[in-house]
Design a protein around this ligand. Sequence first.
Ligand code: AHR
Length: 714
Amino acid sequence: MKKHLLTSCLLALAFVAVGQAPKQAPKLTPRLTLDLSKQDFKVSPMLYGLMTEEINHSYDGGLYAELIRNRIFKDNATNPDGWSLVQPDTSAGASIKLIAANPDNVPNDERRHAINGALTTCLRLTVPKAGVRVGIANEGYWGFPVKASTTYKASFYLKGTGSAQFGGRRGGPQGQPQTPPAPVIENNTAGPITVSLESSDGKTVYATGTIELVKSNLWKKYEMTLKTGAEVMPTKDARFVISTDRTGLYYFNLVSLFPPTFNNRANGNRIDLTQMLIDMKPKFLRFPGGNYLEGPDFANAFPWKTTLGPIENRPGHKGSWSYRPTDGMGLYEFLMWCEEIGAEPILGVYAGYALNGDHVDAGPLLKPYVDDALDEIEYVTGDAKSYWGAKRVADGHPEAFKLKYVEIGNEDWFDRSNSYDGRFTQFREAIDAKYPQLTCISTIADAQYPTMKVTSGKKAEVLDEHYYRNSWDMFENASQYDNYDRKGPKIFVGEWATREGTPTTNMIAAIGDAAWMTGMERNSDLIIMSCYAPLFVNVNTATTTAPKAWQWDSDLIGYNAMSSYGSPSYWVQKVFSEYLGTVIVPVTALNVPSQVRPPRPQRPGATPNATPETPKSVPTLFYCATQDDKFVYLKVVNALGTVQPVEISLNGVGKVKSEGTLVVIKGEKPDETNTITEPTKIVPITSKLKGLGVSFKQKLAAYSVNVLRLEIVK
Ligand code: AHR
């Protein structure tokens, strides 16, 4: 698309503002002219989507509705994180202990408690004295969402005394350390075991029930529901307790509690967060990462095969963001999530590069990884006659999922060995051969990494570019795509964000986002897909027993156990996606004022620059327009802290209805924002526009993102 005129206008204005002597020129009102007669370029139908990975407790403690933290006791080999002993009367002498926590060193008397290869560590509650209440408590992911008249599904594996005596091959491995032997307690007696959701101090019980313990030394799964009363006041200050007043050794594993989920799907997702995503009308979901796809090392790349089937079969793995994912959100759940929000999967397949810098060379050593990706695609798209397709059918989804794009790896520009060219080509050729209908996305952007780009074999059709910037960078680069090569590959902006504000972004970040999005939208003949990252953040700070929940500042949607909110950036995403035409409308601009970008602050300790940075000038208004059969959608961003008037003209159209719609997202200060306690300070405000025509004036509020919907009279 020819954008040169527009860009040079902006640049000319910028230079005027920076280089001019203080002679005061009369201030001219900015003018935007939309040419509706030109319908040359279509808006990409997949322009706006979502990117996701397990970061900031996005799934565990986030979207994945499981409420029990450390449900299979593998989070920490030396401590049952998230769990504590309940023993109001300490004379009861009860205790809890992790059993077989370190797989490389299981003491003899801790053997024979594994349920299967995934559930190998359990928690033992020792109760030497009868008649007093003792139990195990889980603190949840920074609390539990206790709400009135709500039914929670609880389940856990439990067994009693009887198997603690070592019964394997005599002696066990030489030098095997012995832990203090378990006290001799008669086999647990059958009887009720109490399960409750109660306040953290145990004084208020919100919901309770019992299961009947069977006298057995074999594992048995117990299931029940807990229902809160209509009078219960909402709180997250709660714990989940399994307790008894009878002596015994009680072994627990896979303790689970689910609130109602979206569509009541078993092992499903949180309702509020799912709804927030649906409201964004995302066209695709890029998963499972991000760094999370790659893993910290080869052994911990996203292990899609062990994320399938019953949660009993999921050992979890070492994630990329400092905590251990349960893999409750497995490949099948990702796909169901896509379906629930009406998004198409963009499947990231592991491509043999790990975050520690290791890579697998293209050739025979890479073949198993390529085969694994082919299996994964078969799981997503294969029919019931295929091996992996049949597994998906068995998991509950007879129809193939829609799939068009497969991304080979993530951010492979970090692989300084330059092996990506060969790795990408090997994956692409194998995928092309078996699935010619699919398009492979390369993670190396030609423009950013010209020396690393894929050159062997066929040229990649789509490139994934990532940008994490501040608002000044966004303003400076908002026209970046205006002059991109139209004969080259299409661009997928697979991760981007204006990183200001924490844990979620603030108003100036949202302004930076919107400025950047105008550039992507008016170039959406080239930018076929884009998605903000990271999507989710659990906003809890550290407590005495749990670490801070997030690892990455400036995220889109924040939440705790109880509630959620959209950052100003979230609302920008939502309105950009909601008010979008099908055809790009060219816009020319006159008199756009500029502002001078302050010099970048020096990093603490850095040698001061000998030559100070030349001040740069950036526009203060950003814009783009699209149309469909009925409406024109004009997006205008005012990056100044003062009101800006703007004159708007529509060429190539006879008449425009005098009434239209204005959606504004605005803030008084750059750092103004939404929080978990003030969730709706900045939200879109919709109002009627009056007195419209083919030419009209509009005042843009300070720090505002404006969407004008104008109706064409045919
Ligand atoms: O979005 C956070 C991280 O940023 C992603 O995991 C990675 O791809 C990028 O570097």
